[in-house]
Write a protein that binds this ligand. Structure first.
Ligand SMILES: [Zn+2]
Length: 509
């Protein structure tokens, strides 16, 4: 497809002290949908993900399991990469923070901040939660323990370098309030502005003295850079910041950071402040999705409702797993994953829905037109879709531009229902006996519906979309523009269809 603008999207890099869980899959598949959609628009997309590998948590975990930190990182980073391959994630690169290129850019960025006088040295005395990888205040403790990790924090006294966060907060606040730095959805924007209003944020430490597993500070090698301070810099180190500015200038600022809401403060406040200090442009948008429960409960080993993404892929396949994850609740909100309804939903939406519609359409085309796409005399779809297919595509496009992932997907399910209703209403098997011209109209309309469904599905279910297009005899041309793709009636008459096995077979409980 013809190249338009550049579009840079990134997920956070995931911490390797453990294996990937369903939340990682959810964030990454969602970002993948947005990346694929922008490629479909003809944009030059850069989509990045990766793993965050330093810090005392990795150091400790490695010691526990009798490995070196690097061995643990290689192993767990490998699990992320394998999972993302199985989920058909189309990332252009996978960044590991233990790579030399990342370390080099980080040192350049930290030196830059040092030269601009954004750091000061201080002794830190306080409590530290290794689970959180951060200093924790007395006020936050519940019965003396970290509320998230239920462990006692350590008392730590050490020399640290601090970032002058407070100097940059008024500017960050102003940019968010003005909408120049977009924080979405609205509930997250309010949360961030609330934090900025209440002045609860303090300068933060950017280095650790007692940790060994990390990147040394370029101006004081008795210290390693605080793991999350360094991890955030992946977004620019991956573009060759300070090393090869061509890619950096092409893609920075990032169009959207897709993250979970637990790390909103780091992305919407700390990261922009650091960029301001370095004199770099800020991200255009930060989009935080919500938390989810499984069948109404928080996912936990004790309840026994932990879902392993690999098991889901084993039982449903890649595309259906993507579909089931994304169709549960509006992206950006908290919601519930109704895993106990997965089979039901799979049968209703995929086997009896998308798959059955295509299969019926192809079977009838074989039976009535020897498998050749018939010529249409009249445009049939206009009475079925108010505003035509164009209006539907507009909604779809607007929704995905606003990262309303689940809503965009619901247009596809709707279109399948319209097409199913159309079959029931027109009864092609009766037309076959009495009205060949009308039958040709109906069959062409159905084939064309399937073509539109396949393209709308592409960002969500890439493999299924491709199978549908092969079955319909649709040729993907490099130069075909998005506007051309979404026009009604571009399915060529006389095209030979190729009926294969159904896309999805019904399954029993
Ligand atoms: Zn903690």
């Amino acid at each position: 497809m013809s190249k338009k603008g550049n579009f840079y999207i990134a997920t956070p890099i995931y911490y390797v002290n453990d294996r990937p869980h369903l939340g990682h899959a959810y964030t990454t598949v969602s970002a993948d949908v947005v990346a694929r959609f922008h490629r479909m628009l003809g944009e030059n997309v850069l989509f990045l993900t990766g793993t965050d590998e330093h810090g005392s948590k990795v150091e400790k975990k490695a010691e526990e399991v009798g490995k070196t930190p690097k061995e643990l990182c290689d192993e767990n980073s490998g699990h992320f990469q394998m999972l993302f391959d199985r989920l058909s994630i189309s990332n252009d690169d996978f960044i590991r923070t233990t790579e030399d290129s990342h370390k080099e850019s980080v040192k350049i960025f930290m030196s830059e901040l040092y030269e601009k006088d954004s750091f000061y040295e201080d002794r830190y005395e306080g409590l530290y939660c290794t689970g959180c990888e951060r200093f924790i205040t007395e006020k936050e403790l519940v019965e003396g323990k970290c509320p998230d990790h239920k462990t006692y924090p350590e008392k730590i006294t050490e020399k640290n370098y601090f970032f002058k966060l407070k100097e940059y907060l008024p500017k960050v606040k102003e940019l968010i309030a003005r909408g120049e730095l977009q924080v979405e959805p609205e509930s997250r924007r309010k949360e961030v502005l609330g934090l900025l209003d209440n002045e609860v944020l303090d300068d933060f430490s950017v280095s650790r003295e007692s940790v060994k597993w990390g990147i040394p500070l370029p101006f004081d090698d008795s210290q390693v850079i605080y793991v999350w301070v360094e991890a955030l810099q992946f977004y620019i180190s991956a573009l060759g910041y300070g090393r090869d500015n061509e890619k950096f200038e092409q893609f920075w600022p990032v169009d959207v950071h897709v993250i979970g809401k637990d790390i909103i403060k780091f992305h919407a406040i700390y990261w922009p402040a650091m960029l301001l200090a370095a004199g770099l442009p800020l991200p255009k948008k930060i989009y935080a999705h919500g938390y989810f429960t499984i069948n109404g409960d928080k996912m936990s080993k004790t309840i026994g409702n932990v879902i392993d993404t690999n098991d889901l892929i084993d039982s449903f396949g890649t595309d259906a797993t993507r579909y089931l994850l994304l169709s549960q609740f509006p992206f950006g909100q908290d919601g519930d994953i109704k895993a106990d309804k997965f089979i039901e939903q799979y049968n209703a939406d995929l086997a009896n829905g998308i798959s059955n519609l295509l299969h019926r359409t192809l079977s009838m085309t074989e039976k009535y037109f020897n498998g050749i796409t018939p010529t249409m005399a009249e445009e049939e779809h206009l009475s079925l879709l108010p505003g035509g297919v164009e209006a539907l595509w507009n909604n779809y496009k607007n929704d995905l531009n606003e990262l309303k992932v689940e809503k965009a997907l619901s247009h596809v399910t709707m279109l399948v229902k319209v097409a199913d209703g159309y079959i029931e209403q027109t009864k092609p098997w009766e037309l076959a006996k009495e009205d060949q011209e009308k039958l040709a109209n109906v069959m062409y309309t159905l084939l064309e519906f399937n073509r539109h469904i396949s393209f709308m599905l592409y960002p969500f279910m890439p493999d299924t979309a491709e199978k549908m297009q092969t079955a319909l005899g649709v040729q993907y041309e490099e130069h075909t523009s998005f506007d051309e793709l979404i026009k009604w009636g571009t399915l060529e008459r006389g095209t030979k269809i190729k009926k294969d096995e159904p896309l999805f077979m019904r399954r029993e409980n």
